[in-house]
Design a protein around this ligand. Structure first.
Ligand code: NDP
Length: 281
C-alpha cells in the first residue's frame, strides 16, 4: 500500500517500458515489507537533466538510469563514485537531502556478480579478458574488470576510435583492437564479454570465431532478450561455460536496492523466475 511515508525510487530511460528493474525492485519491496515503490520514468530525449535537477533535495530517493542517459547522468551529478568516474557513466543517481546528486555505477558489480554466480571457477586475475564493444556498457565493464585485478583487457570494436578512447581513459592494461584481430585475442582469453547491442532481440547477431577459444573460456552476453542469444547459443554448442545478461541485471540490482532502500534484498524471492516470466510473456 502507498502511504504518506512511501519512499519513491525508479528508473529513467527512453524507452523504459521494456525494463525489468521495476519487476525486481517491487518484488523485493513487497517481500521485505518496506514502504517503498519503484516506478518507470521516460523523459524526452533531453529530459534527464531537467528530471534529475527537479528531484534535488530528495523529493524521491534515487533513480536507476539506462539507455541513452548514462553519460548524461554522470554529468548532472555533483559527486560520483570512483567506478562511475572510471566508467564515464552512471546507472544510479541518489538525491541527497543536501540538494546534491551522487552518481554511482553498479553495472560492474553486476557483471562480476554474474560471473561469480554462473562461472564460479573463473578468476578475473588469471589472464586476459576480451570485451566486444566500446559503448557505455563496455566502458563500465573494463573499469570493473581492471578494478577487480584483470591483468590485461582487449577491447574490440567496429569503430576503433571508441576502443582507443577507453584505452586512453583507463590505462596501460587496456588494448584496443579491430575485429580482424579477434582470432589472436580469443585464443588467449579467459573470458569473452559481448557488450555490443548486436544480438538484441535476436537481430544482427555478432559473429566471432568462438571455436578458437580454450574449452574453459567463459562466454558472457550482456544482452538478455532473448535470454539465450545467438552468441550464447554458439558458446553452449561449443561446450563453453556461459554467463547471461539477466544474471548481470539482477546482480547490479542488489547494491542498487541497498542504496535506494537501505536494506539488503530479502532472500527467498526468486526474482530470476519473475523476470523470466515477464521476458517470455
Ligand atoms: P552503446 O549504444 O553505448 O554501444 C553499443 C556498442 O555496440 C558499440 O560498441 C557499437 O559499435 C556496438 N555495435 C552495435 N551494433 C553492432 C554490430 N552489429 N556489430 C558490431 N558491433 C555493434 O550501448 P551500451 O554500451 O549502453 O549497451 C550495450 C549492450 O549492453 C546493450 O545491448 C545493453 O542492453 C546491454 N547492457 C546490459 C546490461 C545488463 O545488466 N545485462 C547493463 C548494461 C548494458 P560501434 O561503436 O562501432 O557503433
Amino acid at each position: 500500500m502507498i502511504s504518506g511515508k512511501t519512499v519513491v525510487a525508479g528508473i529513467v530511460g527512453r524507452p523504459v517500458a521494456h525494463s525489468l528493474s521495476p519487476v525486481l525492485h517491487n518484488a523485493w519491496l513487497a517481500a521485505s515489507g518496506i514502504d517503498g515503490v519503484y516506478v518507470p520514468f521516460a523523459p524526452d530525449a533531453l529530459g534527464l537533466e531537467r528530471l534529475a535537477n527537479g528531484f534535488r533535495g530528495g523529493a524521491i530517493r534515487g533513480v536507476n538510469v539506462t539507455i541513452p542517459f548514462k553519460e548524461a547522468a554522470l554529468k548532472v551529478a555533483d559527486r560520483a563514485s570512483p567506478l562511475a568516474q572510471a566508467a564515464g557513466a552512471a546507472n544510479l543517481l541518489i538525491f541527497d537531502r543536501d540538494g546534491k546528486i551522487f552518481a554511482d555505477n553498479t553495472d560492474g558489480a553486476g557483471l562480476l556478480g554474474a560471473f561469480a554466480a554462473q562461472a564460479p571457477g573463473w578468476d578475473v586475475r588469471n589472464g586476459p579478458v576480451t570485451v566486444l564493444g566500446a559503448g557505455g556498457a563496455a566502458r563500465g565493464a573494463v573499469a570493473a574488470l581492471l578494478a577487480a585485478g584483470a591483468p590485461k583487457v582487449w577491447v574490440l570494436n567496429r569503430t576503433l576510435s571508441k576502443a582507443d578512447a577507453i584505452a586512453k581513459a583507463l590505462g596501460a592494461k587496456v588494448f584496443p583492437l579491430p575485429y580482424a584481430h579477434a582470432p589472436s585475442a580469443l585464443q588467449q582469453t579467459t573470458a569473452v564479454i559481448n557488450a555490443t547491442s548486436a544480438g538484441l532481440s535476436g537481430e544482427g547477431a555478432l559473429t566471432v570465431p568462438l571455436e578458437l577459444t580454450h574449452p574453459s573460456t567463459v562466454v558472457m552476453d550482456m544482452v538478455y532478450k532473448p535470454l539465450e542469444t545467438p552468441f550464447l547459443a554458439q558458446a553452449r554448442a561449443l561446450g563453453r561455460p556461459t554467463v547471461d545478461g539477466l544474471e548481470m541485471l539482477i546482480r547490479q540490482a542488489v547494491p542498487t536496492f541497498e542504496a535506494l532502500f537501505g536494506a539488503t534484498p530479502p532472500a527467498g524471492v526468486d526474482v530470476r523466475a519473475l523476470a523470466l516470466e515477464v521476458l517470455n510473456a
